[in-house]
Design a protein around this ligand. Structure first.
Ligand SMILES: [Cu+2]
Length: 140
């Protein structure tokens, strides 16, 4: 009986570890001259995103567009960067401050983009408007 209990316990622990390992993925975005590739990505809650080839670039969330309860980031200039697990669902808009004038930015859609209508209601202009349209299109 004790053996069966401990066997069941071991299976539960193993399956939990397995699920955690399998479910959380990292998604790579590469800085290409003055654009992020891919510009819009869809990920699952709990996944992470990392940026590569970041020499001369920044990943900085547009905090006024963040989903409610989400925490933004501002990566160190010129350094590759990885987010913590993104657990709050919604669309995370981010920009490269030095190249924002040329429209260098991107969107990470975590699960359901619950805040996309709110972003649209803020009537984004210029590069932010372009990102917003790309995010909407990605959900169709
Ligand atoms: Cu840049």
């Amino acid at each position: 009986m004790n053996y069966v209990k401990s066997l069941i316990g071991a299976i539960l622990v193993a399956s939990t570890l397995f699920a955690t390992t399998v479910m959380a993925a990292n998604h790579v975005v590469s800085a290409q001259v003055t654009a992020f590739d891919p510009m819009v990505i869809k990920i699952a809650p709990g996944d992470t995103v990392s940026w590569e080839n970041m020499n001369g670039h920044i990943s900085h969330t547009i905090d006024e567009y963040l989903p409610a309860g989400a925490t933004g980031w501002n990566s160190p200039m010129g350094e590759n960067f990885q987010t913590p697990p993104l657990t709050v669902e919604g669309a995370y808009f981010y920009k490269c401050d030095p190249h924002w004038g040329t429209g260098m930015g991107g969107v990470i859609i975590v699960g359901t983009p619950t805040n996309l209508d709110d972003v649209g209601a803020k009537e984004p202009k210029g590069a932010a408007k372009r990102l917003y349209k790309k995010a909407v299109k990605a959900m169709k």
